[in-house]
Design a protein around this ligand. Structure first.
Ligand code: 3HC
Ligand code: NAI
Length: 696
């Protein structure tokens, strides 16, 4: 036995209590402890049943992810599961909290499963670039049938106990102390003379059209391989004897363990948790926030107000006049109606949010009691400064004053107040009540308490919050400007926007850059180009054709036409032929003979530009660690999770290869392709970005 498993005897029943906080992950010690516990129970005279139960907040959250990528140590989980199932004793699992991955696989190798009503079960291995590797793909379909098993395994979703009961994944739901409930159940089973019930001996489930299922899952996963591979593993449960199916599953699991996608997904898993964990905020208490003010109720302000209401905060929204306030309220109501429809809130909460929790006003005096105010007015420095001057006059001492600016200098905004220590950037992404990313922009004088308050607010709203320093566009929009420019250059040189979008969705992006531009509004880039034009370096290549689209009133989706043409009621658009006419005219004007680009070259250049700028952002301290940039791209820009982020991608392709690409591109345009000093440094030292993450 190891000290990770406590052995207790309760009458005829031996209890194996897992004690591996925080979530009873199946580390090597836990696996060997479980085996030793089973042996001890079998040798313990008079024991008729074994109850497996978890201590603390969960039954078992799965294999210990920290062991992945290292040499696997015996005993291996499939052997532990087989040993549990083969026991001559009656084995019962009592589940509470989560039973995920290997945790559910342990439960599936027990003969009976009971769970608390609020317990959740799932096989989320696909989210780590894997498939279940300890019999989950073989045992689950034997109990639930193929379709329910494929749904659970390929989605990786957490299934609540009542649903798990309805599909047969568990046998009983009962509330109470997990150990007491499990003991009652085991005693009742013994009293009824219940028999052992090994799932592996159950008949194989019925076949489906495997190729059709495989293709559908592959398409849905945008290039992610593990969910599709899971379909093949379930297929093995139908077509092979149990032991053979188990071997096939293990083989696929091992192969997936070697993939870049597995590395990318696990990087994302740990980075998502590490990103909001800032050493400098240890011991710093955030200021209490209950009443939030929002200034401006346009796209962003209404979204931010919705996010705050959904987080249970009171909101006062200031607009310019009654009509604008009414329009803002209608936007919030629309957002909340969506949340109600999707079952995120009850009718009662919905009514409360739109009623007593929300105040609309046109007078800044309404913000006297606000603990935190977020400004989301037009992207114009003078307008923002005048708003902050008024806030400075009205807001109570200690109120946090935040701006949602996309690009403007937060230091300059802070300097328009008498309390720059209270000023911070809270950069939400559109739609603000849906998108998970929040950039917490820390200006020169922002106090640590105010930073901690920004992170606490992000957490309360369920956001992934990332610390960013002040620069044009902070982390995300600065990098976006650069990779968009790389794409724009390829268009001048011969690629089409439509080919670029297709190549990048092929790489795994949710949308290509031109479809994104249409969605965000082409006027945003137009305004920025105009703002930057006076200080622009003569060597910068900037296409003029998008300005022409804007001059003609085409701003993308909101006007029905941009790079694509959008028809009402239809999802997505079709390429706008006028765009190619404008591009061809500009190429002719510039004397460019267009050349062809392969999809591979498009991806390579686009990613090189992204990673190079990301390395500059880290090198300049705008982002604290490479993983911070990775999370910004993942949660704000539709970057494919299975690549982990641009700097994880760079590590995976290899930094020397990336550097040599950039040097090659710089031969054509040494102004745009200026190498990030940090990239050169890492290559010289034979290190990579993940080494910097580990340094913290
Ligand atoms: N292995 C190692 N550490 C784990 C872990 C795991 N399986 N699951 C969670 N942790 C760690 C987290 O990293 C975190 O550590 P930290 O405090 O040092 O940051 C801590 O446990 C608490 O986790 P969260 O902060 O995520 O706590 P939550 O309460 O928000 O969520 C959870 C708990 C739902 C269990 C969530 O952590 C989770 O989804 N974990 C991953 C579950 C999973 O993917 N399991 C499958 C593993 S693969 C497998 O089992 C293969 C098998 O088929 C062979
Ligand atoms: P918008 O034009 O949709 O909304 C701005 C709103 O502010 C309007 O409703 C206007 O009536 C109101 N307003 C203007 N001046 C005001 C004042 N003095 N007092 C009260 N209300 C005032 O603009 P949008 O898109 O919501 O952007 C707002 C801010 O958020 C900008 O700084 C923008 O850069 C930033 N942002 C925008 C994102 C987007 O995707 N649209 C994403 C992230 C940030």
């Amino acid at each position: 036995m190891t000290d990770k498993i406590a052995y207790e005897r309760h009458g005829d029943i031996a209890v194996l209590l897992l004690q591996n906080p925080p979530v009873n992950a199946l580390s090597q010690e836990v696996r060997s402890g479980l085996m030793a516990g089973m042996d001890r129970a079998e040798a313990d005279t008079g024991v008729k049943a074994v109850l497996i139960v978890g201590d603390g907040r969960a039954f078992i959250a799965g294999a210990d992810i920290k062991e992945f990528g290292k040499t696997p140590l015996a005993p291996h989980l499939p052997d532990v599961c087989n040993l549990i199932e083969a026991s001559p004793l009656l084995v019962v699992a009592s589940m509470h909290g989560v039973s995920l991955g290997g945790g559910l696989e342990v439960a599936l190798s027990a003969h009976y499963r009971i769970a608390q009503p609020e317990a959740r079960v799932g096989l989320p291995e696909v989210h780590l670039g894997l498939i279940p590797g300890a019999g989950g793909t073989q045992r689950l379909p034997r109990i639930t049938g193929v379709l329910a098993a494929i749904d659970m395994i390929t989605s990786g979703r957490h299934v609540k106990a009542p649903e798990a009961l309805s599909i047969g994944a568990i046998d009983k739901v009962a509330a109470g102390d997990p150990q007491a409930v499990g003991l009652d159940y085991a005693n009742a089973l013994l009293a009824q003379g219940a028999h052992r019930r090994p799932v592996s001996e159950m008949p194989a489930p019925e076949a489906i059209d495997w190729d059709e299922a495989y293709d559908a899952v592959l398409k849905k996963g945008r290039g992610q391989i593990s969910p599709a591979q899971a379909v093949r593993a379930v297929q093995a449960s139908v077509e092979m004897p149990f032991a053979e199916g188990l071997k096939a599953e293990r083989q696929m699991f091992r192969e997936l363990m070697q993939t870049d996608q597995r590395q990318g997904m696990i990087h994302a898993f740990f980075s998502e948790r590490a990103v909001s964990n800032l050493p400098e905020l240890k011991g710093i208490a955030p200021r209490p926030v209950e009443a939030v003010g929002v200034i401006g109720g346009g796209t962003m302000g209404a979204g931010i107000a919705t996010a705050a209401l959904l987080a249970g905060l009171r909101v006062t929204l200031i607009e310019r006049d009654e009509a604008a306030a009414e329009a803002a309220k209608a936007r919030i109501a629309g957002n909340l109606a969506g949340a109600l429809k999707r079952g995120k809130i009850t009718q009662e909460t919905h009514d409360e949010m739109l009623g007593s929790a929300l105040t609309m006003a046109t007078d800044y005096g309404a913000l006297k009691e606000a603990d935190l105010v977020i400004e989301a007015v037009f992207e114009d420095m003078e307008v923002k400064k005048s708003v902050f001057r008024q806030l400075d006059e009205i807001c109570k001492p200690g109120a946090v004053l935040a701006t949602n600016t996309s690009y403007l200098d937060v230091n300059e905004i802070a300097s328009s107040t008498s309390r720059p220590g209270d000023v911070i950037g809270l950069h939400f992404f559109s739609p603000a009540h849906v998108m998970k990313l929040l950039e917490v922009v820390v200006a020169d004088q922002t106090s640590p308490e105010v930073v901690a308050t920004g992170f606490a607010l992000g957490k309360r709203m369920g956001k992934v919050s990332v610390r960013a320093g002040v620069c044009d566009g902070f982390i995300g929009n600065r990098i976006l400007s650069t990779y968009r420019t790389a794409a724009d250059h390829m268009i001048l040189d011969g690629a089409t926007p439509f080919q670029i979008d297709a190549a990048l969705t092929g790489f795994g992006f949710a949308m290509g850059p031109y479809a994104v531009a249409d969605l965000a509004g082409l006027d945003i880039g137009w305004a920025m180009r105009k703002r930057l034009a006076p200080t622009r370096d003569a060597r910068e290549r900037v296409g003029r054709y998008p300005d022409k689209l804007c001059e003609a009133g085409h701003f993308g989706q909101k006007t029905g036409k941009g790079f694509y043409i959008y028809e009402k009621g239809k999802r997505g658009g079709v390429p706008n032929p006028e765009v190619m006419t404008l591009i061809e005219a500009e190429r002719a004007e510039r004397g460019i003979t267009p050349r062809g680009f392969t999809d591979e070259e498009i991806v390579r250049r686009y990613m090189a530009a992204m990673a190079n700028e990301a390395a500059k952002v880290v090198g300049e301290g705008i982002a604290r660690r490479p993983l911070d940039v990775d999370m910004v791209l993942l949660f704000g820009y539709g970057f494919p999770r299975y690549w982990g982020g641009p700097l994880k991608w760079a590590d995976l392709v290899g930094l020397p290869a990336l550097l040599s690409d950039i040097e090659h591109y710089a031969q054509e345009d040494d102004y745009f392709w200026q190498l990030a000093p940090l990239l050169q440094e890492l290559v010289d030292e034979g290190r990579n970005f993940d080494d910097l993450n580990k340094e913290g």
